[in-house]
Design a protein around this ligand. Structure first.
Ligand code: PLP
Length: 463
């Protein structure tokens, strides 16, 4: 190309000339005049800048329509793009945790598109209360007297503390002062709720007498926090909810529990590690139990509090409830998800979280074997492609020490270079539907536990 910058600048077409070219008609119809013109102006600036720096036209100037189409399409990509989660973590917080059941998807579309009886009682033709319909379902599933639903479990904990113990003391074991990730730490939430934290016991051992000694006329609550994302082993002792409730009853102080994940069904019946259930704590006499909607429950992001009627009533009346309440889409999705629990026989099939968690290692391995040959044909020159056993994680702080045996496809670069591996991982992350695996041991692992759309994945990997 010529190096006289002045003649190079004259090769940048005017906006009018570009817009009148027939090949722009489709883009104008698709994206609209305003966006097309703004993007073309940006491209002209970019071309001028390129000439200033390199004394040449950028390559894309050979096809303005094509380059414009690419820019517009990539700017239109959603911020919430669907991906293949082959990380091996089923409830992946950064990938949006639980995938919703089809029933929830339909319920949400309906709630979005039409007025609904959110806070409207058809019997009384007046105002109802937005958690009412779901409270009945939650009571049936947990044995509680009433329920309250907020934005997430962090909000649930904040609301419980603010409504029941503001300006007073809450007794918690030192071994349960957890950090969940992000800015959620029990001592900080306590402060935000206006409560005074009374730590008792030690990191590894807390006894009933420690709680007993800490109680005074300022004590509003005894609190248990499920240590969901870590595990202490060895010389340990903690006080069960049951024991704490007995103490609380004699002193007239309610016991509350932040259960974190909280499964509504006994997971051990599916061969999964057991996780404490809200129903058990309610039966033990705990006054309020909070848990997440999008962890083991497998529904939308929500914080669910179940427990005694009088205390739930206090939560419903508190001004923070208004700030933390769930919206109609969340409530619609949660209701549809909870209804699946009323039919436990089909739960493991219809609830995606449970369906993925209960996939057998043999099933996943068979799937990996099916995909192996075409992937070897496509990638075999540069990578050793193999099927390997692996251990998946439930994720979201649930059951951190328990792993689920499964299978993965692994890609080991024949040249032994980390850069070759990175390039493969980057290429897949940049795909139309990004494929997300993980690198360890000098290999790229695609854990297939969460792969349901086999054909869709192969289309991406073989393209
Ligand atoms: C996950 C978790 C939370 C936070 O729940 P979100 O629904 O993510 O807000 C709080 N407490 C415990 C014990 C948890 O495991």
């Amino acid at each position: 190309m010529t190096t006289d910058p002045r003649s190079l600048y004259s090769l940048i077409p005017s906006t009018d000339r570009l817009l009148n070219a027939g090949e722009f008609a489709g883009l104008l119809a698709d994206f609209g005049h305003t966006r097309v013109v703004a993007t073309l102006r940006q491209m002209q600036d970019d071309a001028r800048e390129h000439i200033r720096q390199h004394q040449s036209l950028p390559d894309w100037c050979a096809d303005w329509a094509g380059a414009l189409g690419c820019r517009l399409a990539s700017a239109r990509q959603s911020a919430l793009r669907p991906v293949f989660n082959l990380t091996g973590t089923v409830l992946h917080t950064n990938l949006g945790r639980a995938i919703q059941p089809q029933e929830a998807v339909e319920a949400v579309s309906q709630a979005m598109a039409s007025p609904v009886t959110l806070e409207y009682s058809l019997e009384g033709a007046g105002r109802g209360h937005r958690d009412q319909a779901l409270a009945a379902l939650l009571c049936e599933l947990t044995g509680a007297e009433d329920a309250c639903i907020v934005n997430n479990n962090a909000a649930a904990v904040l609301l419980m503390l603010a409504a029941c113990a503001s300006g007073q003391e809450v007794v918690v074991s030192r071994g349960e002062l957890v950090e969940i990730g992000g800015a959620f730490r029990i001592p900080d939430v306590m402060r935000q709720a206006g409560c005074q934290l009374r730590e008792v016991g030690t990191t590894n051992r807390t006894h009933l007498k420690d709680y007993q000694a800490a109680v005074n006329d300022q004590t509003a609550l005894l609190m248990k926090v499920h240590t969901s994302n870590y595990h202490i082993e060895g010389f340990t002792k903690s006080v069960s909810e049951q024991e704490l409730v007995t103490l609380g009853d004699t002193l007239g102080i309610p016991v509350i529990t932040d259960l974190g994940s909280g499964s509504l069904v006994d997971l051990s019946q599916y061969g999964l590690p057991a996780e404490p259930m809200p129903r058990q704590l309610i039966a033990a006499g705990v006054s309020l139990v909070s848990f997440s909607g999008d962890k083991l429950l497998g529904g939308p992001q929500a914080g669910i509090i179940v427990g005694k009627k009088a205390l739930i009533e206090r939560l419903q009346q508190h001004p923070l409830k208004r700030a933390l309440r769930a919206d109609k889409m969340t409530l619609a999705a949660l209701e549809a998800t909870l209804r699946l629990y009323q039919h436990p026989e089909t739960l493991a099939e219809r609830l995606p979280t449970l369906r993925l968690l209960t996939r057998s290692a043999e099933d996943i391995r068979a799937q990996a074997e099916r995909l192996l040959a075409p992937l070897q044909a496509r990638y075999g020159a540069d990578f050793l492609v193999a099927v390997e056993p692996c251990l998946s994680q439930i994720g979201s702080g649930s059951l951190p020490v328990d792993r689920l045996p499964g299978a993965a496809l692994t890609f080991t670069p024949r040249d032994g270079r980390g850069s070759t591996l990175e390039a493969l991982a980057n290429g897949w992350r940049a795909a139309l539907v990004p494929v997300i695996g993980h690198i360890s041991d000098g290999r790229l692992w695609l854990d297939l536990r969460c792969l349901e759309d086999e054909a869709g994945l192969m289309e991406i990997l073989l393209s």
